[in-house]
Design a protein around this ligand. Structure first.
Ligand SMILES: [Zn+2]
Length: 114
C-alpha cells in the first residue's frame, strides 16, 4: 500500500497514484517550487557577486589578482558558469562573460570571453 507523498495517508485505487487529493498534489509541488527557487536564488547571488568583483578588479586597471585577495572580498571560487581548456590542465574559468586564468601559484589574470 502506497502513501500520499504530502500527508502520508494511505492511497487507494491506481497503484501509480502519489497523492490522495488535488490539494496534496498542489501543496507538494508548490513547496518543491519554492525550494528550487530558493536554491537558484542563492547560487545566482553568489555568481552575481563574483562577476561584480571581477569587473571591479578589471575597472581598477589591475588585471591580476591573488586567491587570498579575492577571497577576502567575498569571491567564491567554487562557483562558475563555464570553463575552457587553454592547454592541457590549464583552464580559464568564467562567470558569464568574464573569467580568470591561473598565471602562477594562487595568482590569476582576468580574461573576457572572446
Ligand atoms: Zn494527501
Amino acid at each position: 500500500m502506497n502513501h500520499c507523498l504530502e500527508c502520508n495517508n494511505k492511497l487507494s485505487g491506481r497503484s501509480d497514484k502519489k497523492f490522495c487529493s488535488n490539494y496534496c498534489r498542489a501543496t507538494f509541488h508548490n513547496r518543491k517550487s519554492a525550494l528550487d527557487f530558493k536554491e537558484i536564488k542563492t547560487i545566482n547571488k553568489i555568481l552575481k557577486k563574483n562577476r561584480q568583483l571581477l569587473y571591479d578588479k578589471m575597472n581598477s586597471e589591475k588585471l591580476e589578482f591573488t586567491l587570498k585577495e579575492m577571497e577576502e572580498k567575498g569571491f567564491n571560487f567554487h562557483y562558475l558558469t563555464s570553463y575552457c581548456e587553454i592547454k592541457s590542465d590549464l583552464f580559464c574559468k568564467f562567470c558569464y562573460e568574464i573569467g580568470y586564468l591561473p598565471i602562477g601559484k594562487n595568482r590569476f589574470k582576468i580574461k573576457l570571453k572572446n
